[in-house]
Ligand binder design. Sequence first.
Ligand SMILES: C[S@@+](CC[C@H](N)C(=O)[O-])C[C@H]1O[C@@H](n2cnc3c(N)ncnc32)[C@H](O)[C@@H]1O
Length: 211
Amino acid sequence: MSAPFSATYNEPYWIGGAAEKTHVFIEGNNLPQRMGQTPFTVAELGFGTGLNLLLTAQLAEHNATPLTFVSYELHPIAVDELARIHQDFPTELQPLSQAFLADCKPQPGWNRITFATTILHLFIGDATEGILTHPQSADCWFLDGFSPATNPDMWTPELLSHVSRHTKTGGTASTYSVARATKDALAAAGFNYTRAKGFPPKWHMLKATKT
Ligand SMILES: C[S@@+](CC[C@H](N)C(=O)[O-])C[C@H]1O[C@@H](n2cnc3c(N)ncnc32)[C@H](O)[C@@H]1O
């Protein structure tokens, strides 16, 4: 599965594709154990290609979970380019990709897209601006805004304090970043974090719980 590359941030959207996203975000937040038949809300910083969305929607469909997925994207990929990227996604994601793309015409501000058991609220614009009107508290967060060295705007104490405000007590967050800036911003926002095994070639990642 080839990795799309962001010319704006000079960074690939991932290294290990669906396996990496599953390890860091789906398993990093314990979602296979947590998602049952009651409504569940996942939120994400950095919508990118929608790979995290589709992996989460797949799990939700499998568990008959009514899923709300909230995500933020400052530089949306054009829909025809998204469709091309999705062709490289695993075969089992293709029906969800088609259902999502059929209704995907994102405009600046909030967009609502429904498919399978998922309702997506997608904010097109800067996350720090959009999160002020975040629709509902999340059970977990995917912190996927490129590395803090490349993109410090997605890791500011201000933004992570809003993330915390929109996380249920006992809710979780995960990220591939183990940078000091990430740890400090998580701690200042009221998350307890632990280091966990990263997706190779990264040694470590962070799992956090809102206390
Ligand atoms: C690593 S990619 C996300 C990958 C994505 N989760 C996926 O499944 O494909 C990071 C994304 O964050 C977006 N981004 C960067 N700065 C942002 C900001 N200030 N507000 C919202 N999105 C931002 C980038 O445009 C990029 O699409």
